[in-house]
Design a binder for this molecule. Sequence first.
Ligand SMILES: [Ca+2]
Length: 349
Amino acid sequence: MKGYFEKSPLTPLCKRGGSIPEFCQSSGVFQAGCKISHFGKGGLRGILSSKGSPLRSVHNQQGVALVVVLLALVLLTAMVVEFSYGVYTGTNDLYNWRDSQRLSVMAKSGVTMAAKLLQNKDLVSEYTGSIEMPVENPFEDFNGIITLRIEDEDAKFNLNAIVPENGILDETDTKSPYNCFKRLLDALKLDKTIADRVVDWIDRDSAARLSDSEAGAKNGPLDSVDELLLIHGISKEDYDKLLPYVTVNEQRDLLIVNVNRAELPVLMSLLSTNGEETAKRIIESRKSKAFKFVNDFNQIAGTDYGAERIKFDGANFLIRSTASSEGVKRVIETVLDTTSNSVRYWKEY
Ligand SMILES: [Ca+2]
């Protein structure tokens, strides 16, 4: 490490204002500037690589500064990306919320529209079972569609009627709601023991009709058809088959069905003999002329139902209003009592 500079390194060059001296490869000395002797074995590389070398120190400082700058750039880039992503997701959430609110308003508008339609008795009497109405682009600046479905709940089987208020089932009476429900299950090719499971779910006692039919039973009437899914032993497939034909009503003393709109399986449940054939005959008959009197129905059905068991018009209607736009949808299901103009059930999802 000896003899690289005869005076303090670099300082003389700066004082003289000289340029960086040229290095002679053959002699190993600088040709101008301050007097510099031979570099020894390592040559200039040896100087630059030597510990404590001023040139080395300057380069180290520059390297550290470069690393710091690069780290700062990486940090800033990460912050910008994070901020951009946050703005992007926040904006998307805002748009989704706005569209969801619009769809909700659309669905509610559909319910209002259906309620108005139901006030028109002539229109209501024209359809049997259910009606569907699409309404396209209800808002000027929003592409979407409302689909309305109206179903007569009084034309369905009231599950709560299976167990009367006094809890006593008349299993010997072929026209009892319990036996009618068994015929409905039979018409839908479902296990008839489902009737016993529903009975144990509703009746107040805990005496099981089947080995597991009181498991987790509510021991009270159903508040909605969805409760069927909670009953032990009733599968989703069973529920899907039953859903179009059953309803729940607080009326438990009698099963009352609107025979002018009841569908085939529900009509079959009312008939103790020749169910399918007679039910088809009833449907054919009401196509030409709706039933208005009990005797007219009994004559074709071969039954002796009184006016307390059958009716000829509906008062409770299920409205399913579906608002959809670009694959996103909002659904409102509600049951309106058009007699008292009250809402009996409301679900939005
Ligand atoms: Ca029970």
